[in-house]
Design a protein around this ligand. Structure first.
Ligand code: BTN
Length: 292
């Protein structure tokens, strides 16, 4: 309605069944999140642009998602994990405007300004041994939503081998029962400059220009949720993962294992064909070995 405006506060209030003061407050809140909304004294409000807006109201309005919004926190994974312990339902999403101690895989840090940092809490009816498949499914969802590739197990890369997104999965489980999983996703969305210590960073905006973070988050959440729901019967998900992989068919090194990455096993392990025969790698960092 607003984008087709101008539309008066009175009309908006009647259509939404709230007071004009409530409309005025909502407009101010959307402006505070970055939406450009013109106000004409006689004709009302008109939305000029919302692409740069980001915050809880923008997310609820533009991607129809209710999220736990934290303007700043240490780590959305930490917050989502605590919510999981407190009994929050499956599907809870924690989004941060900014993280001060973002965590990456293998004890690394995750630094991300102008990006998306969020965690999705899921309570899937799975065994802990199936958790690696959730990581693959989440990476596939992110890669599909952004039309990118995947480096095993769950880094999201562009065609030039630059890392655009990463996933950190944390579990709360008994030996044979998964209580919940927190899938933490960090996406470089609008960054064009990066800390010098990052080996090969990329971003969606470097590929396609400035992006609307609210719409991007909505697309990514839809795709990740859909792919994670397939993990009980993962064949199609695994096949789609293989088709987006940059790892399969490459010469790789993972720890002391070196050889050709030939396949993804049904449990998510990477099969590496070595001089001593095939080896299944369950975790680690893949280094692509350049030939020639
Ligand atoms: C990686 O090392 O590639 C994984 C990075 C995961 C970063 C995300 S950002 C949102 C969530 N909160 C965290 O502290 N980490 C994850």
């Amino acid at each position: 309605m607003l984008s087709e405006g101008p539309v008066s506060g009175q009309v908006l209030a009647e259509r939404l069944g709230v007071s004009r003061t409530a409309i005025w407050k909502e407009i101010e809140a959307l402006r505070a999140e970055g939406a450009l909304i013109e106000a004409h004294t006689s004709r009302g409000y008109r939305l000029v642009s919302a692409e740069e807006a980001f915050g809880p109201r923008t997310l609820s309005w533009r991607c129809e998602r209710e999220v736990v919004w934290l303007p700043e926190c240490a780590s959305t994974n930490r917050e989502a994990f605590q919510l999981g312990l407190d009994g929050a339902p499956s599907g809870t999403v924690v989004v941060a405007g900014r993280q001060t101690a973002g965590r990456g895989r293998l004890g690394r840090q995750w630094v991300s300004e102008e990006g998306l940092t969020f965690s999705l809490l899921l309570r899937p009816p799975l065994r802990p041994s199936q958790a690696p498949l959730l990581c693959l499914a989440a990476a596939l969802g992110v890669a599909e939503a952004l039309d990118l590739r995947i480096k095993w197990p769950n880094d999201v890369w562009d065609e030039q081998g630059r890392k655009v997104a990463g996933i950190l999965a944390e579990l709360n489980a008994e030996v044979d029962r998964l209580h919940f999983v927190v899938l933490g996703v960090g996406i470089n969305v609008n960054q064009t400059a990066f800390p010098p210590e990052l080996p090969n960073p990329g971003s969606v905006s470097l590929l396609r220009g400035p992006q609307d973070r609210a719409l991007t988050l909505g697309r990514v959440l839809d795709a990740v949720t859909a792919r994670c729901a397939e993990v009980g019967r993962p064949e199609a998900m695994l096949q789609a993962w293989r088709e987006r992989s940059v790892t399969l068919g490459q010469q790789v090194r993972v720890g002391e294992v070196q050889g050709w990455a030939t396949d993804l096993r049904a449990d998510g392990a990477l099969i590496v064909s070595t001089e001593d025969g095939p080896r299944a790698v369950l975790a680690g960092d893949v280094e692509m070995v350049r030939v020639g």
